[in-house]
Write a protein that binds this ligand. Structure first.
Ligand code: B4P
Length: 187
């Protein structure tokens, strides 16, 4: 299986990706984790990415694509994967389609959550980029840059809507349901 997990910041993409990857033995590819790894390691790319992440902006496509390409090169050809937090805009989606083929993605799961819940979850998580000011910026970047991907993938018949409100276990069950039955989960 080759799948994409899409949704606003704090919807639980990382949390659900871990569980789904365990359940389906998929490779978990999180661009957020790859970027934070590069920042911690102090690579040139990490140094360049850090300011964008601290402000809640998207890291330039060239940097994100370079990191992802490097990671994809290490994967075995028959290994399924779940992309978590990538693509984040239409040009990343086009780059992905050019890289792996237009019709090789099986599912795009869209985790839906309203802004109040997002703010509560992220303030509680308390990562460095989880201040109220930065979260609000990430939400407005999400609306402008990432949300158009919902229409992009819906036109291609790939979107599975999943309500991200509820316990981690409840959301996990809905997510599994949506990809096994192929239908939209309760929303
Ligand atoms: P990401 O690492 O992708 O992080 P996120 O969107 O903030 O969080 P996620 O949705 O994964 O939520 P999580 O499971 O942690 O991005 C960080 C930054 O990296 C971006 O702002 C950007 O700068 C950069 N970046 C990443 N990818 C990029 C790309 N492709 N292009 C350009 N830039 C890119 O959950 C959040 C919290 O909620 C956690 O504390 C969790 O415990 C809690 N939670 C989860 N599920 C819950 C539930 N059901 N109930 C209650 N709490 C729950």
């Amino acid at each position: 299986m080759q799948a994409v997990l899409l949704g606003p910041p704090g919807a639980g993409k990382g949390t659900q990706a871990e569980r789904l990857c365990q359940a389906h033995s998929l490779l978990h590819l999180s661009t957020g984790d790859l970027l934070r790894g590069a920042v911690t390691a102090g690579t040139d790319l990490g140094v360049e990415a850090k300011g964008f992440m601290d402000r809640g902006e998207l890291v330039p496509d060239s940097l994100v694509l370079a990191l992802l390409e490097e990671r994809l090169a290490k994967k075995t050809s028959d290994e399924g994967f779940l992309l978590d937090g990538f693509p984040r805009n239409v040009s990343q989606a086009e780059a992905l389609a050019a890289k792996i083929g237009d019709d090789t993605i099986d599912h795009v799961v869209y985790l839906k959550l309203d802004d109040d819940q997002i703010l509560q979850r992220l303030l509680k998580r308390g990562r460095k980029d989880d201040t109220e000011e930065v979260i609000l910026n990430r939400l407005s970047v999400y609306r402008a840059e990432t949300e158009p991907l919902v229409a992009y993938y819906r036109e291609r018949g790939l979107i599975r809507d999943v309500d991200a409100l509820g316990t981690v276990e409840e959301v996990h069950k809905r997510l599994l349901d949506s990809i096994t039955t192929g239908g939209a989960a309760s929303c």
